[in-house]
Design a protein around this ligand. Structure first.
Ligand SMILES: CC[C@H](C(=O)O)C(=O)SCCNC(=O)CCNC(=O)[C@H](O)C(C)(C)COP(=O)(O)OP(=O)(O)OC[C@H]1O[C@@H](n2cnc3c(N)ncnc32)[C@H](O)[C@@H]1OP(=O)(O)O
Length: 253
């Protein structure tokens, strides 16, 4: 199974990408799992959704290059990008708090998954970065538009345009990461959530609606659609296909 979904105390749903052998890369099975978790998160008494990766080698390494390298044209790429952008928008606007529990590196689309959550908790020493720019594409699941909406422009623009892996400590200092931890990630997550989840579900939902309304008024869904279309156009470039080919070659020796 590419994912697991379980209820945890104190009253949250835990979604885990179970593909550590592929550094928790997102394929269509993981997308299906995320959709199921977003459905289940509306069940009674669930007050938060936590997303994490299995093992310690990665939170999420973004799109599964061994699958998505088969997408060549913008017509090929757009459906996959659009599908995942819809999932990330549903995650962003989930009416309860959401947490990216970054147990390891978050790379490319892995950072897009993390930024769509309300909070980011990261293990000390991990690295994270919107590396798409180094692959001649941009974010393509909506993560760039969400980053720009949530964080100050100079920081967000630098992060996207440099397309580098940054340290968790730098990202904590700049506010992208809300809490650094070592030791047991689920214990740390439970501690972080305890006070919030001791309050009434309807209170949490009412407060989250303030942000959802803000994002709706800001036309964030339309901005994400623009990002998806632009990424699909860049996807066709020889430079992008060359990067992916090199990655596949390096990893199939
Ligand atoms: C719109 C989103 C966009 C898209 O969908 O294209 C993106 O997400 S672009 C970004 C795509 N992701 C990457 O470029 C990350 C590639 N992976 C890495 O940089 C590293 O694997 C890293 C830093 C995540 C972890 O490095 P580490 O040295 O710990 O592991 P290895 O590189 O040796 O990889 C181990 C194993 O996992 C496979 N792997 C890793 N990442 C991916 C991936 N994204 N897709 C498919 N497979 C991945 C790698 O091939 C190795 O497999 P093996 O069979 O053992 O050779």
């Amino acid at each position: 199974m590419a994912f697991s979904i379980e209820r945890r105390d104190p009253g949250y749903l835990l979604f885990t990408i179970e593909r550590s052998e592929k550094r928790n890369a997102i394929n269509y099975d993981v997308m299906e799992g995320l959709s199921q978790a977003l459905e289940k998160a509306s069940e009674p008494e669930i007050k938060a959704l936590v997303i994490t990766g299995s093992g310690e080698s990665a939170f999420c390494s973004g799109g599964d290059l061994s699958v998505f390298h088969l997408l060549h044209t913008k017509e090929d790429a757009y459906p996959m990008l659009s599908k995942m952008s819809n999932i990330l928008y549903s995650l962003l606007t989930l009416p309860i708090p959401t947490i990216a529990l970054m147990n390891g590196p978050a790379v490319g689309g892995g950072c897009e998954l993390a930024v769509a959550c309300d909070f980011r908790l990261a293990r000390k020493g991990v690295k994270a970065g919107f590396v798409q720019g180094k692959q001649a594409i941009t974010t393509g699941w909506g993560g760039g538009s969400i980053l720009v909406e949530k964080f100050p422009s100079p920081f967000a623009m630098k992060l996207l345009m440099e397309a580098d892996l940054e340290t968790a400590e730098y990202l904590f200092k700049t506010g992208f990461i809300n809490h650094l931890f070592d030791g047991d990630s689920l214990q740390q997550c439970g501690d972080y959530l305890e006070k919030m989840l001791s309050n009434d579900l309807e209170v949490l939902k009412s407060y989250k609606r303030i942000w959802i309304n803000k994002w709706k008024q800001a036309g964030l869904r339309e901005r994400i659609e623009e990002e998806v279309k632009n990424c699909a156009i860049l996807w066709e470039s020889d430079a992008h296909h060359q990067y992916v080919k090199n990655f596949i070659k390096k990893n199939t020796r």
